[in-house]
Design a protein around this ligand. Structure first.
Ligand SMILES: Nc1ncnc2c1ncn2[C@@H]1O[C@H](COP(=O)(O)OP(=O)(O)OP(=O)(O)O)[C@@H](O)[C@H]1O
Ligand SMILES: [Mg+2]
Length: 151
């Protein structure tokens, strides 16, 4: 993705930690935006999953955060940025099945420990960094395989 490239879409969505009542709303909005662009179903599905898992993690483990969406003809960039507890051992957190989810989170149906590893496998580029006590940053790029898009 070229930095100087004019995006077809650019938006920032805020996510509130602990707010399970609205969990999934941001990724649902992101999905609607992407659907309107004439992207392939597979690409929309991948980007929506990545946004959804990132959003649920912010709700579950952070104080507050945001998801940034930037679409250019060749790719979709999704960034999840939060302020919160951070992740001490990223390699461990990435392991399928690893979860620190509380009972409350599990009651909501989350906590299988599959979010981060699914985000990685659905992304063409995946980057994660985190600082304990500060927050976590995820960067995902999904290729659109499109030459031209309806804006
Ligand atoms: N944004 C975040 N801030 C702090 N810790 C996080 C964050 N995202 C993930 N983690 C930590 O990494 C672990 C693994 O995350 P992952 O999304 O893979 O699984 P999960 O959220 O526990 O369960 P699932 O996503 O399957 O519902 C979490 O249990 C949590 O300890
Ligand atoms: Mg998760």
């Amino acid at each position: 993705m070229r930095v100087d490239e004019k995006p077809i879409y650019e938006g920032t969505f805020t996510v509130t930690g602990g707010n399970f009542d609205n969990a999934g709303e941001v990724s649902s909005n992101i999905k609607s935006v992407l659907k309107r662009m004439g992207l392939s179903r597979d690409v929309v599905r991948k980007a929506s999953l990545v946004a959804y898992e990132s959003e649920i993690n912010i709700v579950s483990y952070a104080r507050k955060g945001m998801i940034r969406l930037r679409v250019v003809p060749e790719s979709i960039l999704i960034e999840a940025i939060d302020e919160g507890q951070g992740i001490a051992d990223i390699e461990l957190a990435m392991q399928p099945g690893y979860s620190t989810a509380t009972d409350k989170i599990r009651e909501m149906g989350f906590g299988a420990g599959m979010g981060l590893c699914n985000i990685k496998s659905f992304s063409d580029t995946f980057l994660i960094s985190s600082e304990v006590g500060k927050g976590t940053y995820l960067k995902m790029i999904i290729k659109t395989n499109n030459r031209s898009l309806n804006s």
